[in-house]
Design a protein around this ligand. Structure first.
Ligand code: TRP
Length: 328
């Protein structure tokens, strides 16, 4: 069993939506074939921005694991756990913070942007500045070879590598491993209103919808705004909804839709009905599993417990070497 290792996490700050499904989770699922994967709920990272009201973190942490299991993350093959269960992430965070220059953190573009964008959240905290150091600890504590991330996370991974190099330089070569990224080409997933799908915009279709909640959402979705009347021809390339057919509809139907739209033989409602049908086909098995896991809470607890044990064992090996290197 000499598979290479992957580590990745998601912050539990709300329900997972189709953007997560298409941009992250499907990829995580397929990586399980080739890699040994450590996937975790980054609840400490969520606290860096949600510290004033952590209720959402508690709620979405559990639900997130249920969704992971329901879309095909396999606890037999992957280690699924909660970051806050593995206290040694915090220990390594402390130790790495000793050698991380503040200037590296202050020049981090994500830090600057987020502080500006989320002014109302008051992110001028020590924890938020240290976010990438905690992320570095998450990654190197399992000797990850690869980290699947979106482009926005590249600066964080570069910082991880810089911290690793500094650590190895100071305390002995090859103690920590430098991880590389697996860049997931994040497809642009439009929300109901044409902006990027995001929980905070209130325009998201969640993975845990029901048939009843899904239909009206798709029906209200913006299409090609130039198409005012049913008799006007439309243009799939300018349509907010059409990209979903690329994800969920087979090729020959897509060709039919395109032709029908451009000749105004098809109306947007016809097109939406097909999408609804295909979304239901894709998600019905997922919804069934979600219901199953929601009804079997102890099963989810057991999976997290097993993940915690495995992650504890693996991280302990690294911590022995790190403490030794730092003469602790
Ligand atoms: N910062 C990541 C995000 O916002 C979440 C995260 C925390 C992470 N620790 C990680 C991702 C370790 C990959 C590896 O998406």
């Amino acid at each position: 069993m000499d598979k290479r290792r992957i580590v990745s996490g998601i912050r539990p700050t709300g329900d997972l939506h189709l953007g997560h499904y298409l941009g992250v989770l499907k990829n995580w699922v397929s990586l399980q074939d080739e890699y040994q994967c450590f996937y975790f709920v980054a609840d400490w990272h969520a606290l860096t921005s949600e510290y004033k009201d952590p209720t959402i973190i508690a709620q979405s942490s559990r639900d997130m694991v249920i969704i992971w299991l329901s879309v095909g993350l396999d606890p037999e093959r992957s280690v699924l756990f909660r970051q806050s269960d593995i206290k040694s992430h915090a220990e390594l965070f402390t130790l790495l913070s000793m050698i991380t220059p503040v200037s590296w953190l202050e020049r981090n573009p994500t830090y600057k942007e987020m502080r500006e964008e989320l002014k109302e959240k008051d992110l001028s905290t020590f924890g938020f500045l240290g976010y990438p150091v905690l992320q570095a600890a998450d990654i190197v504590i399992y000797h990850a070879d690869r980290v699947p991330i979106g482009e926005d996370q590249l600066p964080h991974l570069e910082l991880t590598r810089e911290i690793v190099r500094r650590f190895n330089h100071l305390y002995g070569a090859e103690i920590l491993r430098e991880p590389k990224e697996i860049l997931t080409e994040a497809p642009r997933v439009p929300g109901l209103d044409g902006r990027k799908m995001s929980k905070s915009y209130g325009n998201a279709v969640f993975i845990s919808e029901t048939e009843e909640s899904l239909k009206p959402k798709v029906m209200q979705m913006l299409t090609d705004i130039k198409r005012m009347r049913r008799s006007d021809p439309g243009e799939p390339k300018d349509c907010n909804l059409y990209p979903f057919h690329d994800f969920f509809t087979d090729e020959s139907t897509r060709e039919e839709i395109q032709a029908g739209c451009r000749s105004a033989q098809w109306g947007c409602v016809d097109c939406k009905k097909i999408l609804i049908k295909n979304l239901i086909a894709e998600f019905r098995p997922v919804w069934e599993k979600i219901e199953y896991f929601r009804g079997h809470k102890t099963l989810v607890d057991d999976i997290l417990k097993a993940g915690c044990e495995k992650a504890t064992r693996e991280s302990a090996l690294t911590m022995v070497r790190v403490r030794e290197a730092m003469k602790l």
